[in-house]
Design a protein around this ligand. Structure first.
Ligand code: MG
Length: 107
């Protein structure tokens, strides 16, 4: 008898849990952003918001570890490509800002 998580739960149930945990991670990130911003007060403090974000990230990663259809090599390649694209967009934005400041130094 397989008493591991994947032995006890079918993949569709694990996908459902992954979606649930991803939603909780999203809420934790939004809460921390709200705490950091401070414009809309919340009784949750910074330390608690960070702790919650860490916990929800752990939940997501734990669930992802159990999803057999995930391709870790494809994920790693995708992360690398998307990081390069993200950095290029940020650098392009910075170059445009610098060019604008040079053209209009008083702005
Ligand atoms: Mg959770």
């Amino acid at each position: 008898m397989d008493l591991t998580v994947t032995g006890l739960l079918p993949q569709d149930e694990l996908l459902l849990q992954l979606a649930e945990e991803a939603a909780e991670l999203s809420q934790a990130a939004i809460k921390l952003r709200r705490v950091m911003d401070g414009r809309n007060p919340t009784p949750v403090g910074y330390q608690m918001a960070v702790k919650n974000l860490n916990e929800e990230m752990a939940d997501v990663l734990l669930c992802a570890d159990q999803i057999s259809s995930l391709d870790e090599e494809q994920i790693a390649r995708t992360k690398q490509n998307k990081l390069a694209r993200w950095m290029e967009r940020l650098r392009d934005m910075r170059r445009k800002e610098d060019a604008r400041k040079s053209a209009w130094p008083g702005d």
